[in-house]
Design a protein around this ligand. Structure first.
Ligand code: ZN
Length: 487
């Protein structure tokens, strides 16, 4: 036997303590609901819900707009951590349980006396209100149902509630509702409000145009249908604005399970059962971030965009659909919540109903914009004569013909992988486009110029960035203004 072999055995024993997340969910009844157990409760947030920068890591339990509800230990265990911060979770408690899971209780008003005395002593010792304490294992033990705190509104909380998490042994986030708490009643189906179709390159079209077009649905029971015809060609990403509902509340909750079928074959699914804090930043590419930044609407992409490393997805490939014919294509989107309430959306594209073009929405004074690898430009030719425009790139000039026209506006497309244009000439008026450099993702990269240097780390970017920088001068304050890109 080699000398190293006994080591491997020891490692194996440690690993076996971590229960796979699917088996964890078999332990129904292990946890007590931490607020008003045994009574009907309501949530203001669910696990996996789309927030602006992350997936929500627990459930938010409503406390009727007031503070001071008893917070109960969800299971036997010992105090693993107490954290007091001015933002984030405010006053929080972490309990470790014998099944090697953790529960977390956040935004508390105050701790139970024993814990409060310990925290106070440590705050004096460290001369700091903000503390992050890991008491010795077993120093404070709790029985299931012990009162551990009073609920509150501390930290980054906009109304009184209890934020409650269940984590596995590796501090990965689990969905508390998968433990079937009878305190939460949910017999309502998820809702699918709108479906967006997005062109994924300069050669693709939705109803004859480039870009992203949003279509509303109408509802019949648990079936959602598109209200108008859609014509697609080329590589298209489908996105949905959808959410779950629960009984007797108007809140919109996260959507844990989605399956997407093209002509009856599964092309995309997500099942949000467990995630780690390391993954949660990928929300920025799971959702359509530019759209979210402009409208605050959080769409789920039903395709896996460049740079997305989330572990939720099943199915082969990136689920971008590719349509190169005029045949009818059938699509089904199936939605579930964790209680099994089900709804569905069906639609057919390229069928006999012609898709209508829609005048694209541009911000005021915006004449060009970048979507993925494509630069879009437009001119308003009114009653006048339509002309080509001239793009200057790679020390050459290129005459661009309109890719399509809608409502007396002509739209032009340029694939930025062919080069970064310096400027564009719209029949006599020249606009600087400010492109400076192509920044690759997943690599350290330094951009140098005489006015500013920018450093990009390996994980700064999810996808290639066509960097735009420019200088302005504010004459009232006599200051130079450094601009780079947008939010
Ligand atoms: Zn929360």
């Amino acid at each position: 036997m080699s000398g190293k072999f006994p080591w491997l055995l020891v490692v194996g024993v440690f690993i076996s303590f971590t229960i796979p997340s699917d088996d964890i969910y078999d332990q129904k009844g292990y946890y007590l609901f931490p607020i008003r157990p045994g009574e009907i409760n309501y949530l203001s947030g669910s696990m996996g819900e789309l927030r602006s920068t992350h997936f929500h890591s627990g459930i938010d339990i409503k406390t009727g707009g007031v503070q001071g509800y008893n917070v109960y230990a969800a299971a036997d265990g010992f105090l693993n951590r107490v954290k007091v911060s001015t933002g984030g979770y405010g006053k929080a408690i972490y309990i470790q349980h014998p099944n090697n899971t953790f529960t977390v209780y956040a935004h508390l008003r105050e701790y139970s006396k024993e814990v409060a005395d310990y925290v106070k002593a440590q705050q004096y010792r460290k001369k700091s209100y903000v503390v992050d304490l890991f008491p010795k294992k077993g120093a404070f033990t709790f029985n299931k149902g012990d009162i551990i705190a009073a609920s509150g509104n501390t930290g980054s909380s906009s109304a009184p509630h209890l934020h409650f998490e269940i984590r596995d042994g590796n501090h990965r986030i689990l969905d508390p509702l998968r433990f079937d708490f009878p305190e939460i009643r949910d017999t309502r189906e998820p809702e699918l409000r709108t479906i967006a179709f997005k062109t994924m390159d300069a050669d693709s079209r939705v109803n004859g145009q480039f870009g992203r077009i949003v279509f509303s649905t109408s509802r019949e029971g648990n079936l959602f249908k598109l209200n108008e015809g859609v014509n697609l060609s080329g590589r298209i990403g489908v996105e949905i604005y959808a959410f779950d509902r629960q009984n007797d509340t108007n809140n919109r909750y996260g959507l844990p399970c989605v399956e997407f079928y093209h002509n009856d074959s599964l092309i995309y699914s997500h099942h949000i059962k467990v995630f780690s804090f390391r993954d949660t930043r990928n929300l920025l590419v799971h959702t359509n971030y530019p759209h979210m930044a402009n409208t605050r609407r959080r769409f789920h992409k039903l395709y896996i965009d460049d740079g997305n490393e989330l572990p939720f997805y099943e199915g082969e490939g990136n689920a971008i659909i590719d349509i190169n014919d005029t045949l009818s294509h059938h699509f089904d989107i199936k939605l579930w919540d964790v209680k099994g309430n089900f709804s569905q959306a069906n639609f057919v594209v390229n069928n006999s109903i012609p898709g209508e073009s829609k005048s694209p929405v541009w911000k005021r004074k915006e004449h060009y914009r970048v979507t993925d690898n494509t630069l879009e430009l437009y001119t308003d030719y009114g009653d006048g004569e339509l002309n080509h425009i001239t793009v200057y790139a790679n020390r050459f000039s290129y005459e661009l013909e309109p890719a399509y026209k809608i409502d007396n506006k002509a739209y032009y497309l340029w694939d930025l992988r062919d080069g970064l244009p310096d400027s564009v000439d719209y029949c006599g008026s020249i606009e600087d486009l400010h492109f400076k450099s192509t920044i690759p993702s997943l690599t350290d990269f330094s951009y140098f110029s005489d006015k500013m240097d920018l450093e990009f780390g390996k994980r700064t970017l999810f996808d290639t960035l066509y960097l735009q920088t420019w200088m302005d001068f504010d004459s009232t304050s006599n200051r130079e203004i450094f601009n780079f890109h947008d939010q």
